[in-house]
Design a protein around this ligand. Structure first.
Ligand SMILES: [Zn+2]
Length: 240
């Protein structure tokens, strides 16, 4: 525990998480495995769509230590996931699923929220332990990074994110859409659409976790209506 303190970043003080530098090093290795193991799209239209929206959202962020990057994965499941260090991956299935760019921006802003609040690093620190995670970087075990890549993509690093993390990322999405001058309803409309399909087909990783989708929709609705109590309580936890 105390040995870990030496690694704590001066940017974000959190004793239960690897340092920013370690997070970037892990992200680099995980990205390398994703490039090897998953089919990344090289089509310019979907890549440009995601990159432009992502960069617009990134420009509205408060100061942060990460370089955000956006990639498209050839995969029919409507999903998106985030890798430590700032890389966000969007499935082609998600691009085909959303009704419009506002819904896509809502999902991207949710993923940016996970990254900004360092949820992937937190989840990995929880699953592997900080010491062991730091050791991974030095041992450079490609198989281990490959496992992590699939865990992050499939949502299974010890159930990936907590309920609190999900709600935090939802609030972050709402705020970031507002800050970037976009409609704040993007994520809510996306979740409503997903929810309508729930139970009627394949499972969707984006909503397979707690909290229930209806609860998330309800909270986002209250934020949109300007419910001061909900916004104040969310803002207390959030860095945006
Ligand atoms: Zn999430």
């Amino acid at each position: 525990m105390f040995a870990g303190c030496a690694y704590v970043s001066p940017v974000i003080q959190d004793f239960n998480i690897v340092s920013i530098e370690e997070e970037k090093a892990i992200g680099f290795q995980v990205q390398e495995q994703i490039q090897k193991e998953m089919s990344l799209s090289s089509d310019s239209a979907p890549n440009l769509r995601v990159k432009q929206l992502g960069e617009r959202l990134e420009a509205a962020l408060p100061a942060h230590p990460f370089d955000y990057q956006f990639y498209v994965v050839n995969n029919k499941t409507p999903n998106a996931f985030t890798v430590p260090g700032g890389a966000i991956y969007v499935h082609t299935g998600l691009l085909n699923f959303v009704d419009d760019d506002n819904q896509l921006a809502g999902v991207l802003a949710h993923e940016i929220g996970h990254m900004f609040e360092r949820h992937p690093a937190k989840s990995l620190s929880r699953a592997y332990g900080i010491e062991q995670l730091s050791g991974l970087i030095f041992r450079n075990n490609k198989n281990q990074f490959r496992t992590i890549a699939f865990q992050l993509a499939g949502g299974s690093v010890l159930t990936k994110y907590s309920r609190e993390d999900e709600l935090e990322a939802d609030f972050f999405s709402f705020q970031l859409l507002r800050r970037s001058g976009m409609q704040t309803s993007g994520l809510k409309r996306f979740l409503i659409k997903l929810n309508q399909l729930q139970g009627s087909g394949p499972s969707f990783p984006f909503m397979s976790t707690h909290p229930p989708t209806v609860e998330r929709i309800h909270r986002l609705e209250m934020m949109e209506r300007g419910n001061a109590a909900v916004i104040a309580s969310e803002a207390k936890q959030s860095k945006i």
